[in-house]
Design a protein around this ligand. Sequence first.
Ligand SMILES: NC(=O)c1ccc[n+]([C@@H]2O[C@H](COP(=O)([O-])OP(=O)(O)OC[C@H]3O[C@@H](n4cnc5c(N)ncnc54)[C@H](O)[C@@H]3O)[C@@H](O)[C@H]2O)c1
Ligand SMILES: [Zn+2]
Length: 245
Amino acid sequence: MNEPTSVSVLTGAGISTDSGIPDFRGPQGVWTKNPQAEANASIDRYLADPDVRRATWQARLESPAWRAEPNVAHRALVDLEHAGLLRALITQNIDELHQRAGSSPEKVIELHGTMRRAECLSCDLITPMEEVLARVAAGEADPPCPRCGGIQKSNTISFGQQLKPEVIQAALDAARSCELFLAVGTSLTVHPAAGLCGEALDAGARFVIVNGEPTPYDPFADQVINEPIGQALPALVKELIDAAR
Ligand SMILES: NC(=O)c1ccc[n+]([C@@H]2O[C@H](COP(=O)([O-])OP(=O)(O)OC[C@H]3O[C@@H](n4cnc5c(N)ncnc54)[C@H](O)[C@@H]3O)[C@@H](O)[C@H]2O)c1
Ligand SMILES: [Zn+2]
């Protein structure tokens, strides 16, 4: 098989754990430790229960993600782009660490949105998250929309919310038009994100998984690398770049 000259990458929370942001389902995951947090992560609960909203804003305020810096794995994907090999970087993460590491914003497809913005669920007003969190810090436990008074939420996809059609389309296009599809740091249990693996396979791509734990897609992969991402991904990217030279 020819070495891939176009790589689409799907990343999940596991690429950011070395930056100090816990994942959800890994051994130290937020939901592994507190299953109730998963139940509270649905849009219905958020809309129905002011206590859930207050707890969510408070958790946002205290999130380690605000202090997080990109790590070697994020930077390896910047190298992949600079080598001209990156078709697209599809991420389930909401932390923007790919862009902060230097990946071009036009290459990054944020399937689940970003925690760095807030949106009004009534009038769709988008505001910087820091403005909303400043109000939370100042004592507004559940700050309403400054324009219409509606309920605000981070500009991220909760369970029960649809992905943006143009975003899922861009991700499908990237999965279907690459020579290598690389899944990194994702349990591949959240759909439609995980389904992108099947799309890439159906289109004939080589499929490689880098993750510390098994995933449901392991049997379909050409290669499964069950190693720490901080070691495995830079090594794999170097191999790809060397092979393309
Ligand atoms: N950083 C973030 O933005 C962040 C953090 C937590 C959750 N989320 C959201 O939660 C959802 C969770 O789904 P997911 O599949 O992305 O995450 P997940 O928690 O379901 O799975 C993460 C996987 O990464 C593995 N992993 C963690 N650290 C690793 C390391 N250093 N080396 C090797 N493997 C490692 C874990 O074993 C686990 O299988 C996503 O939809 C995402 O939007 C985002
Ligand atoms: Zn509004």
